[in-house]
Design a protein around this ligand. Structure first.
Ligand code: ADP
Ligand code: SR1
Ligand code: MG
Length: 384
């Protein structure tokens, strides 16, 4: 694992600068701190700093897309959005995110609580570990934030304030490109079209209806301004500790459609479903876990809707549309993780990739007939 020892002086300087913060008191002084990598994300460096048995996290943004390389520039001030979103989430949904300590403009570094006892949710799901209370809490936390920032719920003035704080940053453009555009262009050079999915690609690239619906979803993503959304809510953006969850990686936050976060999350439970269904060894155990992922999707939508009670127009019509949009966003996420630049580890076998791609295509084609989570699952997973 990488170390950041060459950056000692810089981090010690930062801790000195913010030493008036209570949470950082034990880090002040000139002594060295131990710096190690806390994890591997697609975009940023996440660094754990330890001193006298205490630890904190620094998150620093390189001026490019880390997983693609320096030839793909990306605005490094994205940490400001993440810090602002951390503050709003921790206020509106108590204990939903790591506690934010500071954002330092000059060095473009966020400092936050170290979730040292928590684990990457995606990795837990891959290992076959999932606590339904955690699924429920996650859905409720997202519901709380959406509900309390919703255009139909808060004053025009408060909504405008959120809109000016969370503008469409370069990260929104990145999602537009890497979820809604590039994966649907078979000639795009950033796509990762592995040989084991070649035979499945025609259902995507040779069906103009699929490409049209993906384009509709892009339009909704860019224009529907409903509430503050996380913007990149895959299972790697969540850390778990038993029944508790923390949402991380909020740099994509913006004012967007309420359906986006839950749509992405459902797709990620479906990755786990297909990942486990395609493991031949110990099949009964993996099948059982896959069934739990179906339950996770249902619990997610139901608990989310218990919290997210805001609506525009007539309530049932609004909710039907919300579910249909969730299906569309889930479809785009399912497809982009199979063919696009940022794959997921859950899909480890040719079958699981082909199945996820098929589910994505079916959700896009069927999205206008989907108004419940049960129907979404029947169509995605071809349940009978
Ligand atoms: P990126 O923006 O590059 O995707 P993430 O915010 O997703 O980075 O973080 C990458 C990894 O770093 C996470 O998967 C997790 O393992 C670790 N990590 C991030 N934030 C924290 C935190 N507050 N406490 C402990 N580990 C963290
Ligand atoms: C090049 S796309 C990188 C991806 O990583 C982030 O976590 C987002 O999901 C983004 O789409
Ligand atoms: Mg991440």
């Amino acid at each position: 694992m990488a170390t950041w020892d060459k950056d000692q002086a810089m981090f010690i300087g930062l801790l000195d600068k913010y030493s008036q913060l209570d949470q950082l008191k034990s880090f002040s002084g000139p002594d060295t701190i131990e710096l190690t990598s806390a994890g591997d994300g697609n975009l940023n460096d996440v660094i754990r700093a330890k001193k006298s048995g205490q630890s904190i996290i620094f998150k620093r943004a390189p001026p490019y897309i880390k997983c693609l390389g320096p030839e793909y520039p990306l605005e490094p001030s994205r940490g400001q959005t993440e810090y602002d979103a951390l503050c709003v989430f921790s206020e509106l949904a108590l204990a939903s995110v790591p506690r934010p300590y500071f954002y330092d403009h000059e060095s473009r570094t966020i400092c936050m609580e170290d979730l040292v006892t928590y684990k990457d949710f995606r990795k837990q799901l891959i290992s076959g570990i999932c606590c339904m209370e955690a699924v429920e809490k996650l859905a409720r936390d997202i519901g709380k934030v959406h509900n309390q920032t919703h255009v139909a719920k808060i004053s025009e003035r408060s909504f405008s304030e959120y809109k000016s704080k969370f503008q469409d940053t370069e990260l929104v453009k990145l999602t537009e490109q890497y979820i809604f555009t590039k994966p649907f262009d078979k000639f795009d050079s950033t796509n990762k079209l592995s040989d084991d999915i070649t035979s499945s690609l025609s259902q995507l690239y040779d069906n103009p209806r699929v490409l049209d619906v993906a384009n509709d979803m892009k339009h909704i993503f860019l224009t529907k301004k409903e509430c503050l959304v996380h913007g990149d809510l895959h299972t790697g953006s969540v850390m778990v500790n038993g029944a508790d969850t923390k949402i991380i990686d909020l740099e994509f936050a913006y004012i967007g459609p309420a359906a986006l976060d839950i749509g992405l999350l459902l797709a990620n439970y479906i990755f786990s479903y297909y990942g486990h269904m395609s493991i031949p060894e110990d099949h009964d155990r993996h099948r059982k876990f896959a069934q739990l992922m179906i339950e996770a999707c249902k619990v997610t939508v139901n608990k989310y809707l218990e919290e997210m009670t805001s609506f525009v127009g007539e309530q049932q019509t609004y909710q039907d549309k919300l579910l249909s949009e969730m299906a569309g966003f889930a479809g785009c996420e399912l497809i982009r993780r199979v063919v696009g630049a940022a794959p997921v580890e859950d899909l480890h076998s040719p079958y699981s990739k082909q199945d996820a791609l098929g589910a994505g295509v079916r959700l896009l084609l069927g999205r206008h007939n989907i108004t419940t989570v049960d129907k979404l699952l029947v169509i995605a997973l071809m349940l009978v």
